[in-house]
Design a protein around this ligand. Structure first.
Ligand code: B12
Ligand code: SF4
Length: 477
């Protein structure tokens, strides 16, 4: 007789498969899921037995998934399979759940994460999932595993016993004290497989961390799945986690993936001082809104190892910024980029093509301003009605969504008609923004001057080569 050890849950992160045309396909990067590791640590700290199977980090494809799963967990049975989802992994997650259910019919299936939170009914209707957990997972998932009655679990959505009805309970109260959560369960995944996106790191090995939850912004295109209230880890808690990654996992670069890392000036100042005091020689990057920084803070950040900041610029047009509820002024953008460069920190900017109100003139001016301000890197996306965003709800109300094939929601596909620009024009501006920015002598020369080692050269070459698919598509049009 074979002994099977019973575990309570295995969290499964499907592999991220960018759709065709996505720039990301050309540039390979992969990380663990900070949210799942936080959740796994919390469930484990409450006495339950947990595994994590991160197909994204381990690059396990769908066709080998079942064999890999059976091999890895040969002597283990699970009470729950917990699938994490984003818009880009939901289709694959649903297929993997079906495969697993065939082999392990007794195990209950629960979905969580950004996509399941945004469209719980849709996920329950279109999959064999028994449950969906919306928002932060800790409290609801613990209650489910503990065996609480489903109708008493806040944040839970499920099918009625006759499977005819979908019941969505009220949302779960937010966790206000993030310091009370255990450190993420990094030991449950092969962290050494983390691979950063080109241009976003100075040292390797590199990984990501998230130190806050929620965002007070109300941008039209964004799915704020955790909500508008901001909860922050203390600087001491951030340092504790950095130390763990530095000492036990040997990471030398941290990419802070918070929506806005700099939301509280004091938190960042103390964090920087403590990094220096603890002699943690890491390089790090983060993101910020353009209206939250000043030269003094930036200089302190630089002295503590920050070498790049990502700003969600989206557009340089006052009216477009208003249309997308960004609540910033083009002047704030100019000031932020100039001040950041003055402090010696690299600037990465995200820009969008196809926002409400965009015209050819506006998109042309965006490129002009980008060239003038000359950030170190730009990232362009076609405005996408991400499930969970106000833009998605608006488009749904107008019956304007062209496709619900979630694999297409990758930032390079046009999914709704634009009021001023044809598909052809939008695509053309999308490619042109990349090409006219990167293929400039000024940009290329700067990259050459920055070359200090063979690995720098390798990074620059990969970056350069990744422009070819864009150039090819642009010329083919
Ligand atoms: C870190 C991050 C990444 C990392 C890691 C991805 C990951 N799987 O965590 C990387 C760089 C790889 C990444 C890539 C992408 N990302 Co991203 N990313 C984020 C970011 C900034 C933070 C995520 C985070 O850690 N949040 C904090 C934790 C606490 O929240 P959480 O991850 O949602 O997890 C909690 C709950 O959702 C829940 N939960 C999660 N999984 C599960 C599973 C079960 C079973 C249960 C019960 C609960 C549960 O419990 C967790 C703890 O409370 C979010 C924005 C945000 N603020 O959430 C975007 C976000 C998740 N990303 C997004 C997108 C679009 C992408 C990309 C498609 C972008 C691209 N074109 O490349 C890719 C897709 C990657 C993928 N694997 O699917 C969107 C998803 C939108 C949507 N509706 O699905 C978000 C919401 C950004 C946005 N505002 O629009 N991303
Ligand atoms: S885009 Fe950034 S600033 Fe705007 S709501 Fe989303 S996370 Fe907040």
């Amino acid at each position: 007789m074979t002994f099977r050890e019973e575990f309570d849950i295995v969290f499964i992160i499907p592999s991220f498969t960018a759709g065709s045309g996505a720039i990301w396909k050309a540039i390979d990067y992969r990380f663990h899921s900070p949210g799942v590791l936080a959740l796994a640590a919390y469930i484990r700290s409450n006495g339950y037995k947990v595994k994590v199977f991160d197909c994204n980090l381990e690059q396990i494809q769908e066709h080998t998934f079942i064999d890999e799963f059976a091999k890895r967990f040969k002597h283990i049975s699970f009470r729950y399979f917990g699938f994490s989802s984003t818009v880009q992994t939901i289709k694959s997650g649903i297929r993997l759940a079906e495969k697993l259910k065939k082999v392990y019919p007794e195990t209950k299936i629960v979905f969580g994460g950004a996509h399941a939170t945004s469209l719980p009914s849709d996920v329950l209707k279109n999959s064999i999932a028994d449950y969906v957990i919306t928002g932060e997972g800790e409290l609801s998932c613990l209650a489910l595993i503990r065996g609480d009655n489903p109708n008493s679990i806040d944040g839970l959505a499920y099918k009625s016993s006759d499977k005819r009805e979908i019941i969505i309970n009220k949302s779960c109260p937010r966790i206000s004290d993030l310091n009370s959560l255990p450190l993420p369960a990094y030991d449950l995944v092969p962290m050494q497989l983390c691979k950063p996106l080109i241009g976003t790191y100075k040292k390797i090995p590199a990984t990501i961390m998230v130190t806050s939850r929620g965002c007070i912004g109300k941008c039209l295109f964004c799915s704020r799945i955790i909500g508008n209230e901001l909860a922050l880890q203390s600087p001491e808690r951030i340092i504790e986690e950095v130390k763990l990654l530095y000492t036990d996992y040997n990471f030398r670069q941290i990419i802070f993936y918070d929506d806005t890392f700099i939301s509280n000036r004091d938190r960042i100042s103390v964090f920087c001082e403590q990094l220096k005091k603890n002699n943690l020689k890491i390089s790090w990057t983060c993101s910020s809104r353009v209206d939250l920084i000043d030269l003094e803070l930036l200089k302190l950040m630089k002295s503590a190892g920050c070498h790049q900041i990502m700003y969600g610029v989206e557009s340089f047009d006052k009216q477009v910024l208003k249309n997308i509820n960004k609540n910033i002024d083009p002047e704030d953008i100019f000031t932020a980029i100039k001040t950041t460069k003055k402090a010696g920190i690299e600037v990465r900017t995200a820009i969008m093509v196809g926002n409400p109100g965009d015209t050819a003139e506006i998109l042309k001016n965006n490129i002009k301003q980008l060239k003038k301000l000359n950030p170190d890197l730009i990232q362009v996306a076609i405005t996408t009605p991400l499930p969970g965003s106000a833009l998605f709800k608006q488009a749904e109300r107008k019956n304007a969504i062209r496709s619900y094939d979630w694999d297409l929601y990758n930032g390079s596909v046009i999914l709704t008609d634009h009021e001023n620009l044809s598909d052809k024009e939008l695509k053309s501006w999308y490619y042109k923004t990349y090409l006219l920015f990167y293929l400039r002598p000024r940009f290329i020369l700067r990259q050459i001057f920055k070359l200090k080692s063979f690995s720098n050269l390798k990074i620059a070459l990969i970056g350069f080569l990744s422009l070819f698919p864009i150039l090819f598509r642009f010329l083919r049009r």
